[in-house]
Ligand binder design. Structure first.
Ligand code: NAD
Length: 419
C-alpha cells in the first residue's frame, strides 16, 4: 500500500509508542484498528494580503484524532515545519494525554505553515482571522476546541474567539482556551503546566521514598514550563542547582536564586550574561549530578548518545518528546524512572478543560480552587500510572500509554463505533 499522507517520522514514532504499549493494554483488535488513524484531517489554503500589497497563500492544517470521549482539543502552532504528519502525531499524543487525565476530550492539533518573524502583527491578526473562518465548520465548543501552541498565544486565541463569535452572531468564549482573562480565560492557566510538572515530581519522589524539599534539582528550559517549574520547586524548599535556556545554563552547588533569575530574564530577555554561578552548556547541564532532572525545553534532548551519562534519580518530562525511544530503553536499563510527557505536562490541558467548563457555566473559580482541582487530577492520574507500572513491571511511559489507551478503549467498546 502507498504510504498515507501522515506517515511521516513523527507520526510513525507516535504509532511505535502505541504499538509498544498494546501488548500490555489488553484491548480488542477493533480498538487497535480504529485508534491507529486520525479520524479527520483538513488542509486549508489561507489567503493573506501582505502589508506591501502583494498576495500570498499559506497552508493550514487541523487534524482530529479521536472523538470517542468528546470534542477534540489541541493547540494551534505557527511554524515553518507544520505539516499534516506533524499535526497527526501531536493530535494522537493529545488523545492519550486527555484520556489519561480523564478529560472528556479527544486529541487534535493544527497550525499554519509560516514563519512569524516574517509577518507583522497586523498580518498575523489577518492570517489568524482568515484561518479561523476557513475552519468554522471544523471547530466549535462541542466539536473541536483550539488552544495556543508554538508561536501562538493569548492574543491569537482572542482573535480566534472574536472571529468565531462574529460568524455565529454571539460571544462564544468556550470555542478556544488559553484566552486573556478579560474574554473568559482562566486564572492559573499560564502557570498550570509548570505547576503540574512539579506536582507529579513531588508524587514520584514520595513513591520513591524521597522528600521533594530535600532534593537537588536541575531544570532545562526557563520559559513558560521550566521557569514556572523552577519557581514551584524553589517555593517548596527544593534546591534548584542549575537552570538553562537557549543561551546555555547556570550551575551553583549551593542553589540558585530563582526569583533573581526571573528578574534577570525579564530585564535581559535570556539567561545570557548572568554572573552568579558557573556557566554550563545545555549538554553539560543534562549530565550534572542531581536528584531530579526536569527537561522542559524541547524534543530530542535525552538521546542514545547522552542517556548513559545522566546522573539523576528521577527524570520528569515538562517538554513534549524530550526523550528518544532509544534513550528510554537505556534509562529503563539503568533504573532511572521517567515521568512521561503525557502525564507530567498535562497540567496545561487540564486547566484548559477547567477554562472551558467555567466558560460553559459562566461561573468562574478562584486560584485556590483551580490549583486544588489540578492537584487532584494530576495525583489521581499519577497513581493510576504507578499502579499499572507496578503490576505489569513496565516503564512509566508504557504504563501511561496503557492507562490512556484503556480509557479510550472502554468508551469505544461501549459505543461500538463500527458500522
Ligand atoms: P517557551 O518558549 O516558553 O520556553 C522554552 C524554553 O526553552 C525557553 O527558555 C528557551 O530559551 C528554552 N530552549 C529552547 N531551545 C532550547 C535548547 N535547545 N536547549 C535549552 N533550552 C532551550 O515554551 P514552553 O511553553 O515552556 O514549552 C516548552 C516545552 O513544553 C515544549 O516542548 C512544549 O511543547 C511543552 N509544553 C508546553 C505546554 C504549555 O502549557 N506551555 C504544555 C505542554 C507541553
Amino acid at each position: 500500500m502507498q504510504p498515507l499522507e501522515w506517515d511521516t517520522p513523527l507520526f510513525l514514532m507516535a504509532r511505535a509508542q502505541f504499538d509498544q504499549a498494546l501488548p500490555h493494554a489488553d484491548v480488542s483488535q477493533m480498538v487497535v484498528e480504529r485508534l491507529s488513524f486520525p479520524e479527520r484531517a483538513v488542509i486549508v489554503a489561507v489567503p493573506l494580503r501582505r502589508d506591501d500589497g502583494h498576495y500570498q497563500v499559506f497552508p493550514g492544517y487541523r487534524v482530529q484524532h479521536s472523538t470517542v470521549l468528546g470534542p477534540t482539543k489541541g493547540g494551534i502552532r505557527y511554524d515553518p515545519e507544520v505539516s499534516l504528519g506533524e499535526c497527526a502525531a501531536l493530535a494522537t499524543w493529545m488523545t492519550w494525554k486527555c484520556a489519561l487525565l480523564r478529560l472528556p476530550y479527544g486529541g487534535a492539533k493544527g497550525g499554519i505553515r509560516c514563519d512569524i518573524r516574517a509577518l507583522s502583527p497586523r498580518e498575523l491578526e489577518r492570517l489568524t482571522r482568515r484561518f479561523t473562518s476557513e475552519l468554522v465548520r471544523e471547530i466549535g465548543p462541542q466539536t473541536d476546541i483550539p488552544a495556543p501552541d508554538m508561536a501562538t498565544n493569548e492574543q491569537t486565541m482572542a482573535w480566534m474567539m472574536d472571529t468565531y463569535s462574529m460568524l455565529v452572531g454571539h460571544a462564544v468564549p468556550e470555542v478556544v482556551t488559553g484566552k486573556p482573562i478579560s474574554v473568559g480565560g482562566s486564572i492559573f492557566r499560564r502557570e498550570a503546566t509548570g505547576a503540574g510538572v512539579v506536582m507529579t515530581a513531588e508524587r514520584a519522589c514520595h513513591r520513591l521514598g524521597l522528600e521533594l524539599s530535600a532534593q537537588r534539582c536541575v531544570v532545562q528550559g526557563f520559559g513558560n514550563v521550566g521557569g514556572v517549574a523552577a519557581t514551584e520547586l524553589h517555593d517548596k524548599g527544593a534546591l534548584v542547582v542549575a537552570v538553562s535556556d537557549i543561551s546555555g545554563g547556570v550551575h551553583s552547588e549551593t542553589g540558585l536564586d530563582i526569583p533573581e533569575l526571573h528578574a534577570y530574564v525579564a530585564e535581559h530577555g535570556s539567561l545570557d550574561g548572568y554572573e552568579a554561578g558557573r556557566r554550563v552548556t545545555n549538554e553539560e547541564l543534562l549530565e550534572l549530578p542531581c536528584d531530579v532532572l526536569i527537561v522542559a525545553a524541547r524534543e530530542d534532548q535525552i538521546t542514545s548518545e547522552n542517556a548513559g551519562r545522566v546522573h539523576a534519580k528521577l527524570i520528569v518530562e515538562g517538554a513534549n518528546g524530550p526523550t528518544t525511544l532509544e534513550a528510554d530503553a537505556i534509562l529503563a536499563e539503568r533504573g532511572i524512572p521517567v515521568v512521561p510527557d503525557i502525564l507530567a505536562n498535562a497540567g496545561g490541558v487540564t486547566v484548559s478543560y477547567f477554562e472551558w467548563v467555567q466558560d460553559l457555566g459562566r461561573l468562574f473559580w478562584d486560584r485556590d480552587e483551580i490549583r486544588g482541582r489540578l492537584a487532584d487530577k494530576m495525583i489521581d492520574a499519577f497513581d493510576r500510572v504507578w499502579s499499572v507500572s507496578d503490576e505489569k513491571k513496565i516503564t512509566l511511559r508504557q504504563s501511561a500509554m496503557v492507562a490512556a489507551i484503556r480509557e479510550v478503549a472502554g468508551a469505544l467498546e461501549a459505543r461500538g463505533i463500527y458500522p
